[in-house]
Write a protein that binds this ligand. Structure first.
Ligand code: BGC
Length: 822
């Protein structure tokens, strides 16, 4: 920040009335902080985040945006410079939505394989997450757009997330969960941090003195803002005093007049208030909103260079987990393209990360574009949805300014699907967003006659009538479930016989109910015809007659979503049965798996190849086809261990307090032994280890050289190896460096990732790869003494191409080094 700007900010803070100062510390609506016209201060606008910039408005619909790969997919690229490029591109997207700050990146750690939001987070390893997040933030902020790294800290599950206390010991916090945030502050200079919903060891993070004051600001020297997660601030003086600058969203619940009164009563000092105001003005200076008086306009900016970047990143994220030589695809034989994800493009996860993508390419479309349609044949085989498919078509919506659908509608409009997510301004302000009702009327014309499933779930009371008959009732039977950020009920399903070709009347009635934490009203209604056994038989027949079968399976954003953890890691529906049956019919079966994490795979031995493709963004199908055809070399590596069984995962426990939580507490009993640290400790062999992924070429490592001549000067060690592409194709791989403490006074993981480098090499080429370790790479945290300690003794450095393949080792000796947590 220039001196001139710092002076201006000081002056502005001085010129403000108490009320004006307070007004800067909470939102005016869901996505902005009000301007102060008297002083020429413009509006600050924020947008979700993290795989695109959705813009203002609701989670559903809205102005179109570019959809980038989900966090776990970016984690799988292990490509730091790619994350920087994505940060730069996302800044352009944020600008297209007239916003100044992106609510991203998400860097919570993959503690449990069932966490609904793992898809949004990079990795199980703190160092990998930290490197990627820092690059993303640096890219974003290089364009003048602020990052808001989230959720600080301990939001590793979606169960009761707005009240749960994550019980994490300080060592695990320092060594695992805080690391991505620490790097984002120290290495990338993030301008924003979002506190999490949960409590940390009993106290809401939004009012946690130690977290926001001692660690973030004093020790790390943070000079940006801390904003609450949406509705995650629960007090006035406590949050302000602890260091929460901005309460979101608006209008305020705990600030405004309450904060003015608290200042007058002396429970918040003028000085503390000023610090929060200065933080806000500094942010506004950094992102340019201090002087931004443009009209609020959002536009869809579908740029060719973003399309290309998304396709490149999506392909680079794919992890080739098994290949008996069938890939890349060869010859011109026929291909059966099978599975519920074949013609449906699964591009992103669910929740606040979702956006209205410019377009969505399905695997089928990608394969047709790459190979032509003549060789390809399709069968769905089975379904994998969690909820009945949302009803599409024209709907008339009548809004009532009461909760009883009584009287004349206050507002009428139309919409093109039977779902809504109402926040903030509803029905152009004609109804109170938290107290209204609506009738949604349309019709459904089935393609096939039969007994259909009618589903409804809602944050509010809702029911569906078909041809005047009540079929699905989530009104009288409403009970809290795992939808709409835990404000909704589980889906209620009723059956109705429908006739092909006939337009059946469908009416959905909705009324708001008291909400728990988040002020939202929402519903989704769907109708589906269950697939019969014939669907699997048809897929098998297709596979048997084809040279190759590609089975596109997995989950979707209904499963991998904010607000709801998975109940298991079994593939939903009959997908496991489908894969086994297809593989039995055709040995050349390739599985393309799209999920936000591992699934149990009893069928793995029977398939010829497996590609984990995650949620790769709007270019999904093209990115997948690029890898299958070999247009792009697979270079993704797992950012999370894939266990053989859910029970092997560190958070899996008979003790509910360890997971999913009990009586408001979730105890991180495994401490620092998260991810591969856990499997190593118990000697469990995972299905696929952390850092693993195959290429179409092969690599060899040699010449490990350790240079610690700078050790006395700065504590660093340089580690060099030679990487050779020993195969016949060009390709890329990730050289990984793990450190083991050979004899420690405290328990330490068998090894920890401390450096990595992604390297591209032509067929037959060799290149030196150098990685640098700093003193912290050898240290562990001692809570009692409050310092990082490198203990005197020997450390083994292990270099290889996955956590389970570390052929090169060397030993270094370090002398005792103490480091304060600054
Ligand atoms: C999420 C945040 C998000 C915010 C605004 C919350 O539910 O936890 O990650 O940025 O909503 O949509």
């Amino acid at each position: 920040m220039t001196k001139a700007l710092a002076d201006r900010i000081d002056q502005l803070a001085d010129q403000m009335t108490l009320e004006e100062q307070v007004s800067l510390l909470s939102g005016q609506d869901f996505w902005s902080v009000a301007a102060i016209d008297r002083l020429g201060i413009g509006t600050l606008r924020v947008t979700d985040g993290p795989n695109g910039a959705r813009g203002g408005g609701s989670l559903i619909g809205g102005v179109k945006s570019a959809c980038f790969p989900a966090g776990i997919a970016l984690g799988a690229t292990w490509n730091v410079s790619l994350l920087g490029d994505i940060g730069v591109a996302l800044a352009q997207e944020v600008k297209s939505k007239s916003a100044h700050m992106l609510l991203a990146p998400t860097v919570n750690i993959h503690r449990s394989v069932t966490n609904g939001r793992n898809f949004e987070c990079y990795a199980e390893d703190p160092m990998l997450s930290a490197e990627l997040a820092s690059a993303y933030i640096t890219g974003l902020q290089s364009q003048g757009i602020g990052a808001t790294i989230k959720h600080f800290v301990g939001n590793e599950s979606e169960i009761e997330r707005t009240t749960m206390s994550s019980e994490i010991d300080e060592r695990a916090l320092r060594e695992i969960y805080l690391i991505p945030f620490e790097w984002a502050v120290k290495k990338a200079g993030t301008w924003g941090v979002m506190s999490s919903y949960n409590r940390l060891n009993g106290t809401f993070t939004s009012e946690h003195d130690w977290l926001l004051g001692t660690v973030l600001r004093q020790e790390w020297g943070y000079d940006g803002i801390v904003m609450s997660d949406w509705f995650g601030s629960h007090s006035t003086a406590e949050t302000v005093n602890a260091g929460l600058d901005l309460e979101m969203p608006g209008p305020t619940r705990d600030r405004g007049q309450k904060l003015v009164d608290a200042v007058k009563a002396g429970t918040v000092s003028r000085d503390t208030l000023r610090q929060r105001v200065i933080a806000m003005l500094t942010l506004m200076g950094r992102v340019g909103s201090l002087d931004d008086h443009r009209d609020f306009v959002e536009h869809a900016d579908d740029r060719p260079e973003h399309r290309a970047l998304i396709r490149r990143a999506g392909a680079e994220a794919a992890v080739l987990l098994k290949n008996n030589g069938i890939l890349p695809l060869k010859g011109d034989g026929s291909i059966a393209v099978i599975g519920p994800n074949a013609k449906t493009a699964q591009i992103m996860g669910g929740g606040s990360a979702q956006l209205n993508a410019h377009y969505r390419i399905s695997p089928w479309q990608g394969l047709v574009a790459a190979l032509g349609g003549d060789r390809l044949h399709y069968a769905p085989g089975c379904t994998n949805h969690r909820f009945e498919p949302v009803l599409k078509g024209g709907f008339r919506v009548d809004y009532f300014a009461n909760e009883k659908l009584a009287g004349e509608p206050a507002y009428t409009c139309s919409q093109d699907e039977a779902q809504a997510f109402w926040i903030g301004n509803v029905a152009e302000g004609k109804v109170d967003p938290l107290h209204f009702s609506a009738r949604v009327s349309g019709s459904f014309t089935p393609e096939t006659s039969g007994s259909h499933r009618v589903g409804i779930y809602a944050a509010g009371f809702a029911r569906v009538f078909v041809d005047g008959q009540l079929i699905a009732d989530a009104w009288t039977n409403w009970s809290k479930g795992r939808t709409f950020f835990e404000e909704g009920c589980d889906e209620v399903v009723g059956m109705v016989a429908l006739e092909a070709g006939r337009a059946h009347d469908v009416v959905i009635e909705f009324a708001t109910k008291d909400f728990a934490t988040l002020g939202l009203a929402a519903f989704a209604a769907g109708i589906g015809l269950p697939l019969s056994d014939d669907a699997i038989a048809e897929a098998v027949r297709l596979a048997r007659n084809a040279d190759t079968a590609i089975v596109c399976i997995g989950r979707n954003g209904e499963w991998d979503t904010e607000g709801s953890d998975l109940a298991s890691i079994a593939l939903p529906g009959r997908q496991a049965e489908l894969v086994a049956a297809v593989a039995h019919a055709n040995p050349n079966t390739i599985v393309v798996l799209q999920t936000g994490g591992p699934v149990e795979m009893d069928w793995i031995g029977s398939v010829a190849a497996l590609v984990q493709a995650w949620y790769p963004g709007q270019e999904a199908g093209n990115a997948i086809a690029d890898v299958l055809t070999g247009a792009v070399e697979p270079s993704g590596r797992l950012p999370q261990t894939f266990p053989a069984r859910w029970a092997d995962n560190p958070a899996h426990s008979q003790d509910a307090e360890v997971y999913p939580g009990f009586e408001g507490k979730v105890r991180y009993e495994e401490g620092i032994f998260v991810g591969y640290r856990h499997y190593d400790r118990l000697g469990l062999t995972p299905l696929f280890p952390f850092g693993f992924g195959l290429s179409y070429t092969s690599f060899a490592l040699g010449d490990l050289v350790v240079d610690d001549s700078a050790f006395e000067a700065d504590g660093s060690v340089r580690v060099s190896v030679t990487l050779t592409n020993t195969g016949a194709r060009d390709g890329a791989t990730v050289v990984q460096l793990y450190v083991s403490d050979d004899a420690s006074s405290d328990p330490r993981p068998a090894k920890e990732l401390k450096a990595f480098d992604k390297v591209w090499l032509k067929a037959g080429a060799s290149a030196p790869v150098t990685m640098v370790l700093d003193a912290r790479a050898f240290a562990f945290f001692r809570p009692k003494a409050q310092h990082w300690l490198v203990e005197h003794g020997s450390f083994t450095l292990r270099v290889g191409l996955s956590s389970a393949d570390l052929p090169l080792t060397a030993t270094v000796t370090r002398t005792t080094t103490l480091m304060l947590p600054v």
